[in-house]
Design a binder for this molecule. Structure first.
Ligand code: ZN
Length: 356
C-alpha cells in the first residue's frame, strides 16, 4: 500500500522521465525544470548552452545539487524513399556497428523535431523475411535498424518535420513494478532531477541551511559532460553533490565482486569512477550523515562510468557523487526503487542543513 509520499515520488519521477530530452535537444525538460524550480527558488538562471541553475536560498559556502537533463538517443541520418528513418547513435561511433549495451528494437519511438514530436517504432526486418541471414556470427549493423513513423514516402516524413539531424528516443511509459520499483526510460538522469526537486522544495522554507544552496540541471552529459563544463562560468560553486544512476550487481550477469551494490539498499556514495576520483572527505561526510540519521548508504567504485562532477572538479570544485541504485542502465527499462529515491532526498536535506 503506497502512502502519499510514495505517490508524490512516483508522480514526479513519471512526469520527468516521460518528457523528451535527447542529448542536444533537452528543451522540454529544461522548460519544465525552470518552471517548477521557479515556484520555490529565489532565482532561476538559464545559461547560453541551456543549463538551468536555481538558487534555493541560504548563506555560506555555495553547495550545488546537480543532475543532467539529457537522455541517450539516436540521430536520423537519412530518410528512405518509402519513408523509413535511418539512424546513427548520439555518440561518435568507432566500432561501426551497434554495441551490446544499446538495444532499441521493437520499442515505441518518439522523433523530436523542431516543432513537436512524432510517434513511431524502432523496427528491423523479421526472421520471416530475412531468416536466411541469421548465421552463427550474426550481428546487427546500424542500417538493420530503422524507425517506422507510418509515413509512406520521404515527402510524407518530411511534412511531419523530420529531416537528417532530428533525434529519436525510445518512449515507453513509466510504470510501477512490484511494491516499490519504478520502471521506464531516462531514470538516467530524471530521477536525479526528481530528487533535487523534492530536496529543494523541502529545504526552501527552512531557516537552517548551512550553505547558499543551488540546484542545477545540465545538458549534454551523455556525450562527454559537455554542459557541465561551463557551469562554473555561470556560478562560482564551492561544493557539488552530483546525482546520477548507480551501478548494481544484483541481477543475473554481472559479478557481485565487481558491483556489490543492490537495489533497495539505499543511495550509493561513489568514491571513484572512470571519469575522476571524488572528494573522499565530502563522500565520507555524506556517509557519516547517513549513518547518524539512520539512512542506509552503500559505498562503491564504478568502472565504465563517468559523471558531470568530473567536469566541475576540473574547474576547481570539490565534488561528490551520490548515486541512486538503478538496474538496466541506458535501456528503456531503467529500474529504480522508491525507498532509495526517498533516502536520497532525506540524505540531501540532512546534508544541506549540516556544516561540512
Ligand atoms: Zn546519467
Amino acid at each position: 500500500m503506497a502512502d502519499a509520499r510514495d505517490d508524490q515520488i512516483f508522480g514526479l519521477v513519471k512526469t520527468l522521465c516521460e518528457l523528451p530530452g535527447p542529448v542536444g535537444h533537452e528543451d522540454a525538460v529544461q522548460d519544465w525544470i525552470a518552471n517548477r524550480w521557479g515556484g520555490f527558488c529565489e532565482e532561476v538562471r538559464r545559461t547560453r548552452v541551456g543549463n538551468v541553475l536555481a538558487k534555493v536560498g541560504g548563506n555560506g559556502p555555495r553547495l550545488l545539487l546537480l543532475g543532467h537533463a539529457d537522455e541517450i538517443c539516436f540521430m536520423v541520418k537519412s530518410i528512405s524513399d518509402d519513408g523509413f528513418l535511418h539512424l546513427w547513435p548520439y555518440y561518435g561511433d568507432l566500432r561501426g556497428y551497434p554495441p551490446r549495451w544499446i538495444m532499441p528494437l521493437n520499442q515505441p519511438a518518439l522523433v523530436v523535431t523542431s516543432h513537436g514530436t512524432v510517434e513511431g517504432f524502432f523496427a528491423t526486418a523479421s526472421g520471416h523475411v530475412v531468416g536466411g541471414r541469421d548465421k552463427p556470427d550474426f550481428r546487427y549493423e546500424w542500417n538493420d535498424w530503422f524507425v517506422d513513423v507510418g509515413a509512406a514516402s520521404r515527402e510524407e516524413a518530411e511534412s511531419l518535420g523530420i529531416h537528417p539531424g532530428v533525434r529519436v528516443i525510445w518512449n515507453p511509459l513509466t510504470r510501477r513494478l512490484g511494491g516499490a520499483r519504478i520502471v521506464g526510460k531516462a531514470m538516467d538522469d530524471r530521477a536525479a532531477l526528481a530528487i533535487a526537486t523534492l530536496a529543494g522544495e523541502a529545504l526552501a522554507s527552512r531557516g537552517d541551511l548551512a550553505y547558499e544552496l543551488w540546484l542545477g540541471s545540465t545538458v549534454q552529459e551523455e556525450n562527454g559532460l559537455l554542459g557541465a563544463q561551463s557551469v562554473i562560468d555561470a556560478l562560482d560553486v564551492d561544493l557539488c553533490v552530483n546525482l546520477d544512476v548507480g551501478l548494481l550487481g544484483d541481477i543475473p550477469g554481472p559479478d557481485a565482486r565487481d558491483f556489490p551494490s543492490k537495489l533497495g539498499s539505499g543511495p550509493i556514495a561513489v568514491y571513484q569512477d572512470s571519469s575522476c576520483h571524488y572528494s573522499w572527505r565530502l563522500t565520507d561526510h555524506l556517509v557519516t550523515i547517513g549513518r547518524e540519521r539512520g539512512i542506509p548508504v552503500q559505498q562503491a567504485v564504478f568502472q565504465n562510468f563517468g559523471s558531470d562532477a568530473a567536469a566541475l572538479l576540473r574547474r576547481g570544485v570539490e565534488v561528490a557523487l551520490l548515486a541512486y541504485p538503478t538496474r538496466y542502465t541506458h535501456s528503456p527499462i531503467e529500474t529504480v526503487d522508491e525507498g532509495d529515491i526517498r533516502a536520497c532526498v532525506n540524505l540531501l536535506v540532512a546534508c544541506a542543513t549540516t556544516n561540512y
